[in-house]
Design a protein around this ligand. Sequence first.
Ligand SMILES: *Cc1c(COP(=O)(O)O)cnc(C)c1O
Length: 388
Amino acid sequence: MSIEKKRSGFGTRAIHAGQRPDPTTGAIMTPVFMTSTYVQEEPAKTKGYDYSRTCNPTRTALEGNLAGIEGGLHGLAFSSGMGAIHCLMSTLEPGHHVITCNDLYGGSYRLFTTLFEKFGIEFSFVDTTDLAQVEAAFQSNTRLVYLESPTNPLLRLSDLQAIADMSHSRSGVRVAVDNTFATPYLQTPLALGADIVIPSTTKYLGGHSDVVGGALILDDDDFCQDLRHYQNTVGSTPGPMDCFLVLRGIKTLHVRMDRHCESAEKIASWLEEHPKVAKVHYPGLASNPQNELCRKQMRRAGGMISLELEGGIEAGKAFAMNTRLFALAESLGGVESLLDHPASMTHAAIPREERIAAGLEDGLVRLSVGIESYDDLLADLEQALDTV
Ligand SMILES: *Cc1c(COP(=O)(O)O)cnc(C)c1O
């Protein structure tokens, strides 16, 4: 299975990894096993399933698929991205130290600072785009380096291979990468040396804005057993319908991502030339300071763009209010285009001084470029920019 998985191309794995026709009916699609429990032949003699918090056949199919697309041996599915991150952090102990990014996804920041710091886990929030800062942050009790690349909403990249090498030169340090923005089609952190990959499947993997989910993918058998213990103990597991929706979404991930990237690349270049646009954050632009790193570790730069307008916050808000196709909403990665004003929406919980210090200006607007017709997306941005 693992050899076959590593040999075939991404599209083949997205459609077939972890999947087999239903043995009783031949149904080609994995059935949605809406059951909480399973009849046993005699006490403790099961067909591999005893209770659906612990395991469910629809979830097994999804977990095999997630492992296949990330190129890992094991996949664990959760009821949300946060549930997956919580499970990973549960393996740490009081006194352990974690190095992480200073522009982390807001929910992860909240989980670390309001829950795990309380339990005696120490965090260093550093600029992980700067390898010297990462190197300087290691302590004797460091057990985890937790990265996001690209970050939300400034699309900053961290050199995953270099940080994995740096971490593994110490003993007992694991590297986890939140791969939500890139997806395994554009970037495979395990192949770059990371130990654990975390996607929020709510975003590109589900891809249709109709389900919330998350996952952990890894190679290490023993660590997988630990994670399974916490997954079952805490119970943040997805229901079978949610698993089915994510599985269905993943089958078209590569096709959707190609279109997300193609449109985002053209839009980013167009925005960069627009007189009302002050700055475009998109690692795929030749002018982006991390373009070389982007080429090194990503297939393409993805479907997310953020921009600042010449008119600052007023112009940013007017622009956000005046798009017609780009819907003003949180979240990202669905087929439909979305627009977010981070300072007042997704990142409002971060104190203003901290936000500005991290480079997140009041007027910043984030686009999740969907897969509608490119000409219509461009026309919408054009008319909205005319209004500011
Ligand atoms: C959305 C998101 C999460 C959290 O996932 P949920 O499914 O919303 O719990 C984590 N990391 C990143 C980068 C995200 O965009």
